[in-house]
Design a binder for this molecule. Structure first.
Ligand code: GLN
Length: 472
């Protein structure tokens, strides 16, 4: 199986294969790995039709930028005429009426969309155990979680079921599973990529981004999906650069690491040691790597969960048993339609978050929780941006540990929430961040390095990420 678009292109150019044949190979691989439960649905016919068209365009001498790339979509991205469920029973039977902007842009550049990928219900989770359609297995060990919420996306790429996938990242859902599965996951700057057609979880956090085997493919996908869209007013007017053409990193740079993260109790000592070794390596290459203080580490998770659940409780109120998908058979009037459809349609974690969100927004508690969390968010953003004025990048581990066993946090949601301790900062601050499989863990399991950078500095972030990947 080819592990990059460059390799794929070479094979296509030499005439060794064509896109239809490639697509068939992936379809076969999906079948052979069905035990991983990464795909909720495979779009066999449509994928083969798109592949045939892409082959024709190649032959005619005008291939799109993504010609030869076979991509999977996280099941919270709409694709016209295809089912989408956010891995929830409440969207049972629902078919997308239009395509997400990102999907349209991928197809316009000749990508083949191969299917929809399992995830945590409504993208809420860090282990993919919250899907209504079963767990996704880690490709290296069936007892381990793949991470979440874009677990199916990370597994599909790691196991060679597609060349790349799209995920969404509200608090780490692209980077954390990428870290657990040993692939590259990029969360772009807030406002870089349109969310039109993405099923909303927490709208002031959500971003769509690629999961790939390498930085080059990530850069190319970002270049294709980024940029203004009349359907998403949060998008920035900052021009999209040709990320894939500007990946050469030169010179020496200044990198910060957050002392509080490296010293935090929950961090696996082996990851800490590998990070320190990596800092030394970077210093030996002539870069400055220095500790900085980040006194808000204890507040990132509480602030994140107050704000995202508040937003989720509003976003998910549209699932009422009337407008979309599932309606309870027990419904006899308006109230029972709402009540039973939601009771039966939503899973436990989603219900927990809707309740928490309505609580923090309720009249008597709004100021104590929601307003307070907004202020904390502001402090976190300001402190993070101040660090990024002095340093080009913030480096650290993506996750405090490697992939954990199924059920490990089953009775303790707060423990599960702490899995996101290093990733939510980028979402709270709205900055871009990438996870790379750039350190080795003694267990042999993958473990990611996270880089964060200033808003809209994806060119610098990607070029440095590529340099760092090659350093090992
Ligand atoms: N694990 C985090 C959560 O459960 C992040 C989810 C995400 O980024 N979509 O909210």
């Amino acid at each position: 199986m080819y592990r990059s678009l460059a390799e794929t292109r070479q094979a296509l150019q030499s005439g060794k294969t064509n896109i239809v044949e490639l697509t068939r190979t992936y379809l076969q691989s999906i079948q052979e790995h069905s035990h991983l439960n990464a795909f909720l649905e495979v779009f066999t016919e449509d994928a083969l039709r798109q592949a045939a068209m892409a082959d024709q365009k190649r032959q005619a001498g005008n291939p799109g930028k993504l010609s030869g790339m076979v991509i999977g979509l996280k099941d919270n991205l709409c694709y016209k005429g295809h089912k989408v469920s956010a891995s929830s029973k409440i969207l049972e039977g629902f078919t997308s009426l239009y395509s997400a902007t990102v999907v349209e842009r991928l197809i316009a550049e000749d990508a083949v969309i191969i299917g929809r990928l399992n995830c945590d219900e409504f993208a809420m989770g860090s282990s993919n155990e919250n899907s209504a359609f079963g767990n996704v297995q880690h490709p290296l060990d069936k007892a381990l979680v793949p991470g979440g919420s874009s677990g199916g996306s990370a597994v599909a790429v790691a196991a060679g079921l597609c060349l790349a996938a799209l995920g969404t990242d509200t608090g780490g859902s692209i980077r954390q599973p990428a870290s657990f599965c040993g692939v590259v996951g990029l969360k772009p700057t807030y406002g870089r990529v349109s969310r039109w057609g993405c099923i909303a979880y927490a709208s002031s956090f959500d971003q769509i981004g690629p999961i790939t085997n390498n930085v080059d493919d990530s850069a190319l996908i970002l270049e294709v999906i980024a940029g203004q869209d009349e359907y998403d007013s949060t998008l920035s007017t900052v021009p999209v650069q040709e990320y894939s053409q500007n990946l050469a990193f030169k010179g020496k740079t200044k990198i910060a690491y957050l002392k509080d993260c490296l010293e935090s109790e929950g961090l696996d000592p082996a990851i800490r040691a590998s990070m320190e070794a990596l800092f030394d390596k970077l210093r030996a290459e002539g870069h400055i790597v220095e500790p900085v203080n980040f006194p808000y580490l204890d507040y990132v998770i509480p602030a994140y969960y107050v704000l995202t659940t508040a937003e989720a409780s509003s976003n998910l109120s549209r699932y009422d048993g009337i407008h979309f998908g599932y309606r309870s058979k027990r419904a006899i009037d308006l109230e029972t339609t709402y009540k039973y459809s939601r009771t039966e349609g939503f899973g436990k974690e989603v219900k927990r978050r809707i309740m928490l969100g309505t609580f923090v927004l309720s009249a008597g508690y709004y100021d104590a929780y929601y307003s307070k969390a907004q202020k904390v968010r502001r402090l976190i953003r300001e402190q993070t941006l101040a660090t990024l004025k002095e340093y080009s990048f913030i480096i650290g581990p993506t996750t405090p540990g490697t992939a954990f066993p199924f059920g490990a946090h089953a009775n303790d949601p707060v423990k599960m929430y702490l899995e996101d301790i290093y990733t939510v900062q980028a979402n709270l601050a709205g900055i871009p961040a990438i996870s790379l499989p750039a350190i080795k863990h003694p267990s042999g399991l993958p473990s990611g390095v996270q880089l964060m950078s200033a808003p809209f500095s994806e060119t610098e972030l990607l070029s440095f990420a590529r340099y760092l990947s090659a350093l090992n």
